[in-house]
Design a binder for this molecule. Sequence first.
Ligand SMILES: [Ca+2]
Ligand SMILES: [Ca+2]
Ligand SMILES: [Ca+2]
Length: 251
Amino acid sequence: MSSKKISKNILSIFILLLSAILCCWLYFVVQNRQVHKLVYFWDNTEKILQLSKSNEILQSKLVVKNFEQEADLDNDLLKENYQLINKQLLITEDDKILWQSPADWQVDSFVLADADNDGVVDINLSVWKPGNFGTSQPFWVKENDMSIKNHFFVFNLVDNQVKALWQSSNLEKPNCEFLLADIDNDQKNDLVVIEGEYGDNASCQGKYLAIWKWNDWGFSNYWRSLPGEFANLQIEANNKQNYITINSVSF
Ligand SMILES: [Ca+2]
Ligand SMILES: [Ca+2]
Ligand SMILES: [Ca+2]
């Protein structure tokens, strides 16, 4: 056997061994992925979200995502029904359809809460849709980006009509999940989101926990976590303090 052939065989064995080690390591990593429930609270001195040492928070209130909710947002003493069916939001009152989201929108979730803190409860939507804008394109924009991206829309219900209060263009980081609650105890709601990155087919992998604040013309980022793997955003309250609970993956 020539020395060239021996070297080739050694190289093949080395590559095989390396592949086997890599497979074992990958298997070990996947097997050891652990999902932890993390609890965060707002530290007003440091102005950051801190991880709570105690994971046991008494649940006096739980803010979670809803797929169906009743509320009288236009104050006509008749409750509207808000229902998310097949990624479409349907608003009915007294069995009459008041509004349904356009067919080319995929509504991930909705939250009824006062996003702009004007005392009026708003209809907040996380929407995947083609086109860079909301319902209207600014006249100075000649070409619209028709890829499907994530948007955050805020609407009001006035006299049985849905009116846009604020509509984002394509979000730089999609919101995989969102909720609204006062996190920093200033008596104003904050927008709490799990931000992700764009994947295939409007998928969203939660990568950051972030807090945004309404600033009269839109939302400004107030705080963002380091990158991680996040899911299942909820808000729990205890002793007039709101806590963010979230699932995070670690190894
Ligand atoms: Ca009503
Ligand atoms: Ca409002
Ligand atoms: Ca607040």
